[in-house]
Design a protein around this ligand. Structure first.
Ligand code: SF4
Length: 415
């Protein structure tokens, strides 16, 4: 059986012009990381939703190892290096960002070399926030032991429903308590004026990134989830800087033009899908091509939206950072997640939801506690669960996933 979507020829994909700026923006970021120590700058490692603004205000170059994890996945180096970390006692069942990053370190190989770096930048301090999972702390502690440097962080409560004041107060105080150690390592005092300015830049970045993702609410969508996983780079590693703002101003303008001109990211778009959970980094291109051929646009995702921090407020940097980083989808209660996904599915007018059950990231796999069934009933749309992993391709059955996706989209056509 073939669907109308599958039988029609796929249209020509038009690349986003702004992406040409990406190499320069990210290249400059990696060059700063590489050259920082020679110029007397300290390097702080930070979890992806850690207190990056505070670190920048103290003059650190900020490095995000999860970005490195994603690069290891996207280049498919991860599957080769994970066993090295396993051999050192890190279970194959835990976060494959962690195991691929540590495996790459042990092997002395990294895709960062292709970005002009000599290797992973050595940390002067490692700063985590457990809002996303415990793995990030265990990950950073490995390097703290290796290099004998401080590993400090914020322990955010998880499964949060309402963001009550005592919780925000506690997380804000924990963030403030990092300052003395960070000042000591940085060799400088925190300048509150600079801190507020960086929170303000971060807020502007977040507003623009939201504009990028919300462009996909248009029919046809001018951008997909697969584009988003590439476009999110500056929002993750450069929030709090002017270069991220310039990049997203250009991208938002291009997307607005696309919407005006009716340019579709998936030419001939017929169906729309919400993607929940982690990307399958090593298979982004294959999945993107399959959906393109099925004339189906993956228009929204929990993942890309995780870098929208609308609570950031330069007038109250510590508390607003606490609020923003506690509102993160991954550390919310099942009810809060369900309400969020329901409004996203309606806003983006999706025909169905795909849940990626990522074997080594239970924290960001939302199909395990009846969420799909509850949302099916509320929204009246079907779901599909794909079993795989963010980085470890040995856990992903490509043929099964492809067949199931094809059948899922055929179901829309039959409706
Ligand atoms: S949230 Fe998942 S993918 Fe991210 S660091 Fe934690 S376990 Fe790894």
């Amino acid at each position: 059986m073939t669907t109308q979507a599958a039988s029609a020829p796929a249209g020509e994909r038009k690349d986003l012009q702004t992406t040409k700026m990406m190499r320069t923006v990210m290249g400059n970021y990696f060059a700063e990381l590489e050259n920082g120590p020679k110029q007397g700058k300290k390097t702080a490692w930070c979890t992806s939703v850690g207190p990056a603004e505070l670190l920048r205000a103290l003059g650190y170059n900020v490095y995000f190892p999860e970005n490195h994890g994603a690069m290891l996945g996207a280049t498919r180096m991860a599957t080769d290096v994970i066993p090295l970390a396993n051999a050192r006692g890190f279970s194959p069942d835990i976060c494959s960002y962690l195991t691929s990053d540590i495996g790459a370190y042990l092997k002395g190989e990294t895709p960062l070399k292709k970005m002009g770096m000599s290797g992973m930048p050595k940390a002067d301090v490692l700063v985590f926030n457990t809002n996303q999972c415990r793995d990030v702390k265990d990950w950073f502690q490995f390097y703290a032991r290796e290099w004998n440097v401080p590993c400090i962080g914020i322990h955010t409560p998880r499964s949060l429903g309402d963001l009550d004041e005592p919780i925000i107060e506690d997380v804000a105080r924990q963030t403030e308590a990092l300052v003395p150690t960070l000042e000591k390592v940085a060799g400088q005092k925190l300048d509150m004026g600079k801190f507020k300015e960086i929170v303000s830049l971060s807020r502007r970045c977040t507003d623009l990134w939201k504009g990028v993702l919300e462009a996909a609410a248009a029919v046809p969508a001018p951008i997909t989830f697969f584009d988003g996983t590439i476009q999110m780079g500056p929002a993750v590693v450069l929030r709090g800087t002017q270069s991220a703002i310039q990049y997203y101003e250009a991208l938002v303008a291009e997307l607005k033009q696309r919407v005006t001109d009716g340019v579709a990211a998936v030419p001939g778009e017929q169906f729309r899908i919400y993607w929940d959970g982690m990307p399958v980094w090593g298979k982004l291109r294959d999945l993107s091509t399959q959906f393109m051929n099925l004339k189906t646009a993956v228009v929204a995702s929990t993942y890309c939206n995780s870098w929208i921090f609308e609570d950031l407020d330069p007038a109250d940097p510590f508390r607003s950072m606490a609020r923003a980083y506690c509102r993160l989808f991954i550390c919310r209660s099942e009810d809060a997640k369900e309400a969020y996904m329901e409004q996203m599915a309606r806003k983006y007018k999706v025909n169905g939801i795909i849940y990626h059950d990522s074997k080594t990231c239970p924290n960001n796999s939302n199909n395990r506690y009846q969420m799909p069934e509850r949302l099916d009933a509320k929204l009246g749309i079907p779901h599909l669960v794909i079993h795989g992993d963010l980085n470890d391709l040995r856990l992903y059955s490509e043929e099964q996933a492809k067949t199931n996706i094809q059948a899922f989209v055929e179901g829309f056509a039959q409706k």
